[in-house]
Design a protein around this ligand. Structure first.
Ligand SMILES: [Zn+2]
Length: 291
């Protein structure tokens, strides 16, 4: 099946288009990043693509496409948070209603698509209520969660959805991470390893709290620093001041253990592990590697 209408230069959109064309689109996805408008637009395009009967989807002209793109397909349910005390929130009651809705068989199509816009407004209780339907969804159900960031979700939710991270527009740039920030965070971690006090490491790792993109960007930088320190130690290679200090303070074995820890943590981040736990694990792993 051909898929059109996705911005293939954006890696996330390319992955989404690939998933649609494979005919095995995941039953639950979370689309994070980008602007709210862009997330909504992508959810509409996915819905139309999944419902369209054309050879190239979404064809844009069949009844299913028109309804899905126009926002009035009876089997595409768009939900937005309620406003309680002037704040947007998905209440547990609202989630329960949505849950009950998703079990009702589709009216026209073979699938029923439930979209939760701004799903970052689900608190813990609401997420737990939603988890029930994610765990035992009806066969025809497709869930599309749209959120500013995945970092607010329980690991139990994240383990059941495929996450697509949009990039490359204004909102993303605002909370984006520069190479300098990543480098300096990685250097602070490396410097903390030179200290006798475990607290220095915890302090340096504090910068990653609620900032998964920074951690994700800083991990390869850390690996680079440890690798260079290893080279200095191993072959007397040229290294910066920090790398030279590390190479004399830490054994070859410790440096290898640190590089391995970076691999472990990178894997966890990619698996959408709970950020707080990953930051704590970073401190534990690094401390035991350097000791
Ligand atoms: Zn169509």
């Amino acid at each position: 099946m051909e898929v059109a209408g996705f911005e293939k230069r954006d890696y996330a959109e390319k992955l989404i288009a690939d998933a649609v064309s494979s005919g095995r689109f995941p039953h639950a996805v979370l689309i994070e990043g980008g602007s709210p408008e862009r997330r909504t637009d992508i959810a509409r395009r996915i819905s139309a693509s999944l419902l369209c009967g054309g050879e190239t989807v979404p064809c844009g002209s069949c009844p299913a496409c028109k309804k899905a793109l126009g926002g009035y397909h009876p089997d595409v349910l768009f939900h937005t948070p309620e406003v309680i005390s002037k704040k947007p929130v998905y209440s547990v009651d609202q989630i329960r209603e949505i849950r009950d809705d998703t079990y009702i068989i589709p009216m026209e199509a073979e699938i029923k698509i439930t979209v939760l816009s701004e799903s970052q407004y689900m608190n813990r209780a609401a997420q737990n209520a939603f988890l029930k339907v994610l765990e035992e969804p009806p066969e025809f159900a497709v869930f599309i969660l749209l959120a500013q960031t995945k970092s607010v979700f329980l690991p139990t939710i994240l383990s059941r959805v495929t996450v697509y991270t949009l990039s490359g527009d204004a909102e993303r740039e605002e909370d984006g991470v520069t190479a300098q920030e990543a480098e300096s965070a990685a250097q602070d971690i490396a410097r903390a390893l030179l200290s006798d006090s475990a607290f220095e490491l915890v302090k340096a790792a504090g910068v990653f709290d609620k900032n998964a993109p920074l951690l994700e960007a800083a991990l390869p930088e850390m690996a680079g620093i440890f690798m260079n320190a290893l080279k200095v130690r191993y072959s007397g290679g040229e290294g910066g001041e920090l790398e030279k200090k590390l190479s004399s303070a830490l054994s070859r074995r410790a440096l290898l253990a640190l590089i391995e820890s970076v691999d472990t943590l990178t894997g966890e981040i990619k698996m959408n592990a709970n950020l707080n736990l990953t930051v704590t694990r970073l401190c534990t792993l690094f401390k035991s590697a350097a000791d």
